[in-house]
Design a protein around this ligand. Structure first.
Ligand code: ADP
Ligand code: MG
Ligand code: ZN
Length: 613
């Protein structure tokens, strides 16, 4: 930090002195112009040299002077000079000195660079490490073995990944044993999986288990505005690692630099590419006997440059999947260890009700639950708190500040009831979890469905059911308010339904005419990830037209089917909408009661006990 200041001060001083030199005569023999003219007329001046407005000269008696010519033309001056035998020398502007010239030319640039680097420093959060003369240094966070307090016990539900990494731990603990046997140790491990599945956590746990230093760097840390910085950071990072071997280098979110090369917008050799090349060079360069393991993590393994996955680089791939129900129980157990649980808590039930949740979601759930517990002035986290937390995560936080008038509220209630009824009746559709007309995020209301168990694939039937259900909202509005009074509330539903239908036709081979052929151009979906220039393949115009027709066919079929179902159940739609108006949120039991007819129009106003919540 202090060095830094000194550099700045020196630069400032140099600049000031150079400029003062240039702008103001430093000559102490400065005289007024009128004095100068008098001297010339008196024959006291032997020689002058004229440089723009500056006139410097010598007296006949010896000694020098300097003066500034006023910007008033003095036509007599030359005559006077000649008449008095003064030697007159002209100075070309270029002779002002190359340094000054240069400075004038570069001054704006210098100022700009100074301001720019200052801003960069600010942006980087200040601090000596980030000063502009240090760009090339890696910003890796180095965590020494004694500070690594995370072990495999803190990671749950990802047993396969843990097994793979255990081998790495073994190696880092006793590298010699492996070499005696002549075993080949992987240099790099690539962890891929959905966000929040615990990749970062696993990497830290691996270092914690092996008790070796851990260098953490995120892919985006390599990328700066200046070209070449990323590559030199990589070099620095590996240099540091070599000094600390055995150790782990962890590059998080490697897709930020590791995307397929030759695809950037800014031509071939962009910064990202150079950084990636440097990573490849470094990985090839070190001896695996050194005991450096490079672990990288990404949620987009599909866009990575194939060169990264070559043997000798990240040849070991570890999939980190979303946890299944047992995994979720285990993760919940890990995270509830730190809080006091009420005896009524059944983690298995929570796990069952959270299909598709990642480890991060579950950690968040437990945290939210403990916040709710504190807010409610309770001593222990009970089941109701956990369920409220789950609702908040599934449905998003409520936005009570939005005030809907009754008309809008009723319309929302109809819309959501439409989703719920169709979803309830459709074969193979997920179960209704909750229906609510409390605004959340950008939605005015929400109907959530939860699968009864983890799902790994979808049947054609369930996809069609999803499309029908998505249209339930719009159709309910249409049936009740008439075609001219439908609202924009169905925007997201329409988007999602269209997407599913298009995927069915182009990707999953579910269409009548087009058959099981892939018409889906994966590349188009990847922003800057893969090539811009080549678009995978081209479909002919007739095919494109057919695809559109097929998509439209699926959509219309579903829409009509949905409309028929809802027309037949219009009485239930009214009951459910009115229940929503009085309760704001209803759960699966209440939906079921309406659908079974156990709850009739006449007793809709009776208070229905909200389950637990
Ligand atoms: P990723 O890097 O895969 O996006 P993280 O490792 O950053 O996910 O996970 C974020 C947080 O979620 C972790 O700090 C941890 O609290 C929790 N978490 C995620 N996965 C697990 C898991 N398998 N076991 C325990 N906690 C987990
Ligand atoms: Mg991560
Ligand atoms: Zn909707």
């Amino acid at each position: 930090m202090r060095n830094n200041w000194i550099i700045w001060v020196v630069i400032t001083v140099i600049l000031i002195s150079l400029f003062s030199n240039f702008n103001f005569p430093t000559n102490t023999n400065a005289i007024d112009y009128s004095e100068f003219v008098t001297q010339v007329k008196a024959g006291q001046v032997s020689r002058v040299s004229v440089d723009g407005l500056t006139i410097s000269g010598e007296y006949t008696s010896g000694g020098t002077f300097e003066t500034i010519r006023p910007a008033i033309s003095d036509d007599n001056l030359m005559n006077d000079l000649v008449a008095n035998n003064v030697q007159v020398v002209g100075v070309l502007p270029e002779e002002r000195g190359i340094l000054t010239q240069l400075l004038i030319a570069t001054f704006p640039v210098i100022i700009f660079v100074l301001i720019f680097s200052y801003l960069m420093r600010q942006q980087a959060g200040g601090g000596g490490k980030n000063n502009p003369f240090n760009f090339g240094k890696s910003r890796a966070k180095k965590i020494m073995e004694k500070d690594l307090d995370i072990t495999f016990n803190d990671v749950a539900g990802v047993d396969e990944a843990k097994q793979e990494l255990e081998e790495i731990v073994e190696f880092l603990k006793m590298p010699d044993k492996f070499h005696e046997v002549g075993g080949k140790i992987p240099k790099g491990v690539l962890m891929s999986g959905a966000p929040g599945t615990g990749k970062t956590l696993l990497a830290r746990a691996t270092a914690g288990e092996a008790k070796v230093p851990f260098f953490y760097m995120s892919g985006s840390d390599f990328v700066e505005m200046f070209v070449g910085v990323g590559a030199s950071r990589v070099r620095d990072l590996f240099e540091q690692a070599r000094k600390n071997a055995p150790c782990i280098i962890f590059i998080d979110e490697i897709d930020a630099v590791g995307r397929q090369r030759g695809t950037g917008l800014g031509g071939g050799h962009d910064e990202r590419e150079q950084t990636l090349n440097q990573i490849l060079v470094e990985m090839d360069g070190f001896d695996s006997k050194l005991g450096i393991i490079v672990i990288a993590a990404t949620n987009r393994a599909d866009v990575l440059d194939p060169a990264l996955l070559r043997p000798g680089r990240f040849d070991r791939q570890v999939m980190v999947d979303l946890p299944d129900i047992n995994g979720r129980v285990a993760i919940l157990e890990v995270h509830t260890k730190k809080i006091t649980l009420d005896s009524n808590v059944n983690l298995h039930d929570i796990a069952k009700g959270t299909p598709g949740f990642s480890g991060a979601d579950l950690a968040n759930l437990v945290n939210e639950a403990s916040l709710i517990t504190v807010r409610e002035n309770l001593k222990k986290v009970n089941m109701i708190c956990l369920e409220k937390a789950r609702d908040k995560i599934i449905m998003g936080p409520e936005r009570k500040s939005i005030m809907m008038d009754d008309k809008e509220k009723l319309n929302t209630a109809n819309h959501e009831a439409g989703h719920a009824i169709i979803g309830f009746l459709m074969p193979g559709h997920d179960k209704v979890y909750k229906v609510s007309i409390i605004p959340r995020g950008r939605a005015l209301g929400i109907t959530t469905f939860l699968p009864e168990k983890d799902k790994y694939s979808h049947s054609k039937e369930t996809l069609l059911s999803s499309i029908c259900t998505l249209f339930g909202g719009r159709i309910a509005e249409e049936l009740i308010n008439g075609e001219d009074n439908i609202t924009t509330g169905a925007q997201n539903d329409i988007e999602r339904a269209s997407h599913i239908a298009r995927m069915m036709v182009t990707k999953w081979g579910f269409s009548r005419d087009l058959g099981p052929i892939n018409y889906h151009d994966q590349d188009k979906e990847v922003f800057l990830g893969k090539s811009f220039a080549h678009h995978g393949f081209e479909v002919s115009q007739t095919t494109a037209q057919k695809v559109d027709e097929e998509v439209k066919y699926i959509i219309t079929q579903c829409y009509e089917r949905s409309r028929k179902i809802l027309t037949d159940n219009i009485d239930k739609l009214h009951i459910m909408a009115e229940m929503l108006m009085s309760h704001e949120t209803i759960d699966s039991e209440q939906v079921k009661a309406v659908m079974d007819g156990t709850l009739k129009a006449e007793d809709k106003d009776e208070k229905v006990e909200l389950k637990e919540a």
